[in-house]
Design a binder for this molecule. Sequence first.
Ligand SMILES: [Zn+2]
Length: 290
Amino acid sequence: MVLKDPTLAFANAPVNNVMRLIILFSLIFSVVLLFYLRKYVRRARREKLFKMPLDVTRIAILQKYVTIYSKLPITLREELHGHINIFLDEKRFIGNLGVELTDEIRVVVAGNACLLLLQGNKRRFTGFSSILIYPNVYIAHEVQHNGLITTEQPSLRAGESWVRGPVVLSWADIRSGSVNAEDGHNVVIHEFAHKLDEQSGHMNGLPVLSNESHYKEWNKVLSEEYDALHKRAKRGKNKVLDEYGTVSPSEFFAVASESFFEKPVQMEKRLPELYKQLQAFYNIDPVSWH
Ligand SMILES: [Zn+2]
């Protein structure tokens, strides 16, 4: 049996505590350092990609399939190139049901989605990385809750956006929506508007606005316009917005975003208050591109 000197053990106790504290602080310091280092590296990479010119073959794809691209002033085109470089670097595309992913698919999706980032004061699509591409419209199983009864039924879709999850898109609809830039239908703009919407924590038609003072006016105008769309749809006199916007405030914001980019002149003329709110949110003026 080894007898320890109790005075020695007692004398070592504070030293051990000090050591533990040093190790704990070193660990915390390393984690914090690693966090900021990763952030710094990502930011530096983004800045580099943003300044890089877009490949000429990719510019040709934009010119061929993204009709809005050709309407943009040259400065916005250049800004869009930078956003596309970052988008293609950070998002992961997955082909479903036999879709072979091509640069054409990637660039057409990126070109339309990044329109929502123009002049956006470093606005980005955060919280998800995957984009699933189907060849055509696809069947999703929609779950509906009615009291205690839950039903599941098949629903045909051209796209969907999962909260903090992937964006799902049909290539046939991406292409037709992108080529025709005046019908107010653009599934990429629609689904990525949902992605901006959810950044407030809820997908409810209220994205994060640039200024605290804008919320009151936004809520007033968008809820009035949402009610007005219901009324126009009932009377059969709706023109600018897709009636799918009557489904919920979140769908209203997404279809309003589609029309803002594709039917800006009609929107400004018939729904000027809504146009003004979206113009302030997106910080661009598509009417001036016409
Ligand atoms: Zn939607």
